[in-house]
Unconditional design. Structure first.
Length: 654
């Protein structure tokens, strides 16, 4: 079922024709929408929000679902319904009670009937009707789009502005001189925070693109899958998910993503070309995996030639290029595959003859692709961005390689053209050259180029550590009405934390800790980890001094000194400078605070490599008195995300 984040209700107000539509809304429409996690939105809610007409038009276009009550003849209701039907083809639900005669023009359209004298009785059926509407992926409920099937919906996202501060924050994180784990953590926090905001999907695009460029594929997958949940046919989401799934070794999912683009009626030739190129790349990867495990070079070359996957990839790349001649990427790859096939066939003529495969289409590629693709690249260079220019110039070097150019000349060309290339792209260059090297096709040239670009090689990705995320109660402040974690229980808490850490170390060798630094559990956890020589990361919601005033100094004991000793050993990460939230979070619920935000931040860090690669230790009395940002809040959120939660202290400390 489609996820819905927003709804717009078109209805009469107050009492009309002896019907109280405020009661209808309160007992029928609003509860039905709230069943799907949606807070109702009507014209009444935007009366004081500036230009009511502009806000209304935007909501009618961008709302995931619209409910229109047509029980009485109300000009505003019919006007707003007409706008919705003209802008959006589906997810508009008409409801009515037998009050005024139904308009002739809508008489044949489907609507949900309810009895205005007992509207609450119709609630289960309305919930069911909304669910059925959301489950219809292809059905149109707008008579305008039914009668004009060639009509295209406007792009709703173009009418939803992402707050400038949010876009700037994403760029700031991306450009920061920090680790990839730190960047992924901060972007994952932003992605979690904007859930449910009206500009969520547009904001997720900023995050998803940044994560994709960083090769943080697990986090990028989550962002783009959320976008695709909103629109299963989203072309950008499916393009990037095809690549992401391929990199994660999930080829069936990659193929499904490609199919969704190719089956999308609104996909442009360029988008379809790119999708076909992604399909070709999937076939090429399967081909490499097919022969790469063979024991000898001769075995590799034989299998590489006999496998039908090379021909499949070559023809798919060729079809993608023919569909959009400005898309030079599949043209370059079609040529490289044709060269490999030709050279392998020449070196193994008996095997090539036995295959009985016509070489005519591949010979055609070898004849005209070098010149055609070179023209495509030159055309692209005329208006290319800086990043695209670098990639285009590398592709020119690829053409020279396929032409059999001298190894020393090629090495110089690749060296200069890969100097500033993104790690993602330099990996693609190396992978292509490695195929030629391993199959001994133009091997001297491949070795020479690989030698000069080896300095650009990404550092190998180490096995990620197992993360222990800690949350827990602070030591009681003096005079607390109902004791919870008195100073006398600190020793017992310390022993339980020690035992639980040891249980993790018995199963995992590479372990790190993540926690805040509040008095009590947090500090005890950091100290216990460090006694074992284990690394911990300190996450503070506020800078050290205000954080200490809030979360350290009020408690009994020597926590102030222990807090600063931890910070001297390991500089902390600080979330924000004050309790005031960023402007772009003003649309969040009023209860959202820096402490809840800090919990999400730490959880995002622990989940960088998935919920199966972390555990949450919670020194918790099992009660919910903390509210958002407290221990229960962290436990609930961790369980939602699939983390292993270990509750400490119940029955021993609390």
């Amino acid at each position: 079922m489609k996820n819905i984040n927003s709804a717009f209700v078109i209805r009469p107000f107050n009492v009309k024709s002896n019907v109280d539509f405020e009661i209808i809304h309160e007992v029928l429409i609003a509860p039905a929408l709230e069943n799907f996690g949606i807070t109702r939105t009507t014209t009444l809610d935007i009366l004081e929000a500036g230009n009511i007409r502009a806000d209304m038009f935007r909501l009618l276009l961008t709302a995931d679902v619209v409910v229109a009550d047509l029980s009485v003849h109300n000009a505003n209701v019919f006007y707003e319904l007409g706008i919705r039907h003209a802008l959006v083809k589906k997810h508009t639900i008409m409801i009515r009670s037998e009050v005024d005669q139904f308009p002739f023009d809508l008489f044949t359209d489907r609507y949900f009937p309810y009895e205005h004298t007992n509207p609450q009785a119709s609630l289960p059926k309305l919930i069911e009707a909304i669910e059925q509407t959301l489950n219809t992926a292809n059905e149109t409920d707008s008579p305008v789009f039914d009668l004009l099937p060639g009509l295209a919906e406007p792009d709703a996202e173009s009418f939803i502005a992402v707050p400038p501060g949010f876009s700037e924050k994403v760029r700031e994180v991306r450009a920061a001189k920090t680790s990839e784990v730190t960047k992924t953590t901060d972007l994952a926090l932003l992605a979690t925070e904007i859930a449910g905001l009206r500009w969520e999907i547009a904001g997720l695009r900023h995050i998803g693109r940044a994560l994709f460029k960083m090769k943080a594929f697990n986090a990028a997958r989550q962002a783009w899958e959320r976008i695709r949940e909103s629109d299963p046919g989203d072309i950008e989401a499916n393009h990037l998910l095809s690549t992401i799934y391929q990199r994660l070794g999930q080829l069936p999912q990659a193929e499904i993503a490609v199919d969704r683009v190719l089956q999308h009626r609104g996909a442009s030739k360029s988008a379809r070309s790119e999708a076909l190129a992604l399909r070709a790349r999937n076939a090429k990867r399967e081909w490499v995996e097919d022969w790469n495990s063979r024991p000898t070079v001769a075995d590799k070359r034989k299998r590489a030639l006999t496998s039908p996957l090379l021909r499949k990839a070559c023809l798919a790349y060729y079809d993608a290029y023919l569909l959009d001649l400005r898309n030079f990427y599949p043209g370059v790859n079609a040529l490289a595959c044709a060269v490999l096939l030709s050279e392998l066939a020449k070196a193994q003529p008996a095997i090539a003859r036995a295959l009985d495969v016509t070489m005519e289409p591949f010979e055609t590629m070898l004849a005209w692709l070098p010149g055609s693709v070179r023209v495509s690249i030159q055309a692209a260079l005329e208006d290319a961005s800086e990043d695209d220019r670098v990639w285009a110039e590398v592709s020119l070097a690829d053409l020279d390689f396929c032409a059999g150019m001298d190894a020393d000349v090629l090495a110089l060309r690749y060296e200069s053209r890969t100097a500033n290339i993104e790690p993602f792209n330099i990996g693609a260059v190396r992978d292509q050259l490695a195929i030629f090297r391993d199959l001994e096709v133009f091997a001297p040239a491949a070795l020479a180029v690989l030698e000069v670009i080896k300095q650009a090689k990404e550092a190998p990705r180490a096995e990620p550590p197992y993360v222990i995320l800690f949350t827990g109660h602070r030591v009681d402040v003096p005079g607390r009405d109902v004791p919870r974690f008195p100073l006398t229980k600190v020793g017992a808490a310390e022993q339980e934390i020690d035992r639980t850490i040891e249980s993790i170390l018995a199963k995992h060798e590479n372990v790190i800790g993540v926690a805040g630094a509040a008095s009590g559990g947090d500090i005890l956890f950091h100290e216990a980890m460090r006694r074992r020589g284990l690394t911990t990361e300190i996450y503070l919601a506020l800078p050290p001094d205000p954080y200490a005033r809030e979360s350290v100094e009020p408690s009994q004991g020597d926590w102030h000194d222990r807090f600063h000793a931890l910070l001297r050993a390991t500089p902390p990460r600080v979330l924000q400078e004050s309790k005031t939230l960023p402007d772009w979070l003003l649309d969040k619920k009023s209860s959202y605070t820096v402490w809840e935000r800090s919990n999400l931040w730490m959880l995002s860090r622990a989940l960088v490599n998935g919920g199966g690669n972390m555990a949450l230790f919670a020194l918790w009395n099992g009660e919910s008195g903390d509210g958002p940002g407290g221990t229960k809040d962290m436990v609930d959120r961790a369980r939602e995300r699939g983390a292993n939660v270990k509750v400490l202290g119940q029955g021993t400390i609390f």
